[in-house]
Design a binder for this molecule. Structure first.
Ligand code: C2E
Ligand code: CA
Ligand code: CA
Length: 430
C-alpha cells in the first residue's frame, strides 16, 4: 500500500492507485538500491568520472564536472536511478561527503601536476546535503584535511533546490562562500526562479539546462528563450555553461549568443580520471590548438554592381544568414545607396575564407577591406545579417558644407566605420 501511495504522490497527490506488478517491480528495485547503497562506500563500489567543461569558442578544457558512478556486483546502476533513492533515504549525505572528499583529493593532485593552470572541479550538491546542520563545518574540515584550494571547487546546486528554501540556503551559501567555495545554479531554466531571489544568492555560474540546448535546432522559440537566459546571466555578471551540447550547430549558435562555456557529448563524454589527465595534458602541449581557433573580426564595404531590388536583397540576406550560421560566423550586413557594409566575426580561417568568397561574388564590385583583427569575444551575438531600414541619407553637417556620404566614404575611417555598424547592430538587437 505504501508503494501504491508513492505512485499516487508521484502523479501529483489527491488520487488513487491500485498496487500492480510494475509498481511491485519498482518497489523491489528501490529496496535493492536502498540496501545496496548502505554498504557501497565501505565496499568501494563508487568511482568518479570527469566530464570536461570547455570554452565554447575554442574547445579548450577549463574545468570538469565530477559525476558519480556506482558499480555493485550485479552491474553498474545509473545515477539517474540511484541518486533519487539516495536522496529520499538520506544516504546521499554520506555519499555526498565521500564525493566532496574525493573531489578535493583530485583538486590537490591536479594542482601538483599543473599548478595554477589546473582546471577547476564542479561537484554536485543535493538538497538533502544543504539541509544538514554540520555541512559547512564538515566541508571546512575536508578542505583543511586534504589541503585543497577552495577556489578550485565549484558547487552545483539545482535551481529547484535553491529556490525551495531561499532564506535557509542563503545562510548556508554565505558560509560556504566564506570558505572560498563558489556556487553554480544547476539545471537552470527548469525551476521557477524569482529573479529578485536569484540576485540575492551568492552564485557565480549558471548552468543552462540541456532541454534548452536541445531546442536550439528545433524551434525559434527555444532559441529566443536561450538567448534571453544568456543575456540575463551576462547582465548579472555570471559565467554561463551550456549543458548537453551534442552537435556542432548547437555549439556555433551558443558561440554567437555569447555563452562562454559548454559541456556535452559533442566535446567529451564523462572520462575516467587517467583519461581526463591525458586529454588535458595533450591540450597543454598543443599550442597549435590556440592559433587555429583564434576569434577574428573583419569589416569591409563594397558596391553592388547594379542597384538591387528589395526582393534581391532579401534573397541575399537569407543566403548570408544561413551560410554564416553554418560556419559559426556572426555579424551584421547593411545596404544603402547601392553599397554594402558587413562585419564578420568567427574563427579566423572561416572568416577569411568567407571574405574571399564574397570578393568573387559577381553581384558586387569595389570590395574594400576596412579592418581586420583578432578579438577576445564577439560583439555581435547574432548571425544578424539583418538589413534594417536605414535613414535615406547619411549627411555630414559641417559649418561650411553639407554633403551626402556613402558607406565607401565612411570606410575611410576604420574606427568610425566600426562604430557606425555597431550602432546599427545595437538598433537591430534591441
Ligand atoms: P547533472 O548534474 O545534470 O549532470 C549531467 C548529466 O548529463 C550527467 O549524467 C552527464 O553524463 C549527462 N550528459 C552530459 N553531457 C550530455 C549530453 O551531451 N547529452 C546527454 N543526453 N547527456 C549528457 P549522469 O552522470 O548520468 O548524472 C545524472 C545526474 O545524477 C546528474 O545530473 C546529477 O543530478 C546526479 N549526480 C551525478 N553525480 C552526482 C553526485 O556526485 N552527487 C549528486 N548529488 N548528484 C549527482
Ligand atoms: Ca550537475
Ligand atoms: Ca545539470
Amino acid at each position: 500500500s505504501d508503494t501504491a501511495m508513492y505512485a499516487v504522490k508521484q502523479k501529483g497527490r489527491d488520487g488513487w492507485a491500485f498496487f500492480n506488478e510494475s509498481q511491485q517491480e519498482q518497489a523491489r528495485q528501490r529496496l535493492a538500491i536502498t540496501n545496496g547503497l548502505r554498504l557501497a562506500i565501505e565496499r568501494e563500489e563508487f568511482s568518479l568520472r570527469y566530464q570536461p567543461i570547455v570554452a565554447t569558442e575554442t574547445g579548450r578544457v577549463v574545468g570538469a564536472e565530477v559525476l558519480l558512478r556506482w558499480r555493485p556486483p550485479q552491474g553498474e546502476i545509473s545515477p539517474a536511478l540511484f541518486i533519487p533513492v539516495a536522496e529520499s533515504t538520506g544516504a546521499i549525505v554520506a555519499i555526498g561527503t565521500w564525493v566532496f572528499r574525493s573531489a578535493c583529493q583530485t583538486v590537490v593532485e591536479w594542482r601538483s601536476r599543473w599548478g595554477q593552470h589546473a582546471p577547476y572541479i564542479s561537484v554536485n550538491l543535493s538538497t538533502r546535503q544543504l539541509g544538514e546542520v554540520d555541512l559547512v563545518d564538515e566541508f571546512a574540515a575536508i578542505l583543511a584535511e586534504t589541503g585543497a584550494d577552495p577556489e578550485g571547487v565549484l558547487l552545483e546546486i539545482t535551481e529547484t533546490s535553491l529556490m525551495a528554501d531561499v532564506e535557509g540556503n542563503l545562510r548556508v551559501l554565505r558560509r560556504l562562500s566564506e570558505l572560498g567555495l563558489r556556487v553554480a545554479v544547476d539545471d537552470f531554466g527548469t525551476g521557477y526562479s524569482s529573479l529578485a531571489q536569484l540576485t540575492r544568492l551568492p552564485v557565480s555560474v549558471l548552468k543552462i539546462d540541456r532541454a534548452f540546448v536541445d531546442g536550439i535546432e528545433k524551434s525559434s522559440e527555444a532559441r529566443t528563450v536561450i538567448r534571453a537566459v544568456i543575456g540575463l546571466g551576462r547582465s548579472l555578471g555570471l559565467k554561463l555553461v551550456a549543458e548537453g551540447v551534442e552537435t556542432s550547430a548547437q555549439r556555433l549558435e551558443l558561440c554567437a549568443y555569447g555563452c562562454d562555456f559548454a559541456q556535452g557529448y559533442f566535446f567529451y563524454r564523462p572520462l575516467e580520471g587517467p583519461r581526463f589527465i591525458e586529454t588535458y595534458a595533450e591540450q597543454l602541449d598543443d599550442k597549435h590548438a590556440h592559433t587555429t581557433s583564434t576569434l577574428h573580426t573583419l569589416l569591409y564595404v563594397c558596391k553592388a554592381r547594379q542597384a538591387m531590388t528589395a526582393q534581391e536583397l532579401e534573397t541575399l540576406r537569407e543566403q548570408a544568414a544561413s551560410s554564416n550560421r553554418a560556419a559559426g560566423i556572426s555579424g551584421c550586413l547593411l545596404y544603402r545607396d547601392g553599397c554594402f557594409m558587413q562585419l564578420l566575426e568567427g574563427q579566423r580561417d572561416r572568416v577569411r575564407a568567407l571574405y574571399d568568397q564574397i570578393r568573387r561574388d559577381s553581384r558586387i564590385t569595389d570590395c574594400q577591406l576596412v579592418l581586420e583583427s583578432h578579438i577576445e569575444a564577439r560583439t555581435f551575438h547574432d548571425w544578424g545579417m539583418a538589413m534594417p531600414s536605414m535613414p535615406n541619407t547619411l549627411t555630414e553637417v559641417s559649418t561650411t558644407h553639407k554633403r551626402h556620404i556613402t558607406f565607401l566614404d565612411v570606410a575611410e575611417d576604420a574606427r568610425f566605420c566600426y562604430e557606425f555598424i555597431a550602432a546599427h547592430a545595437r538598433g537591430i538587437e534591441s
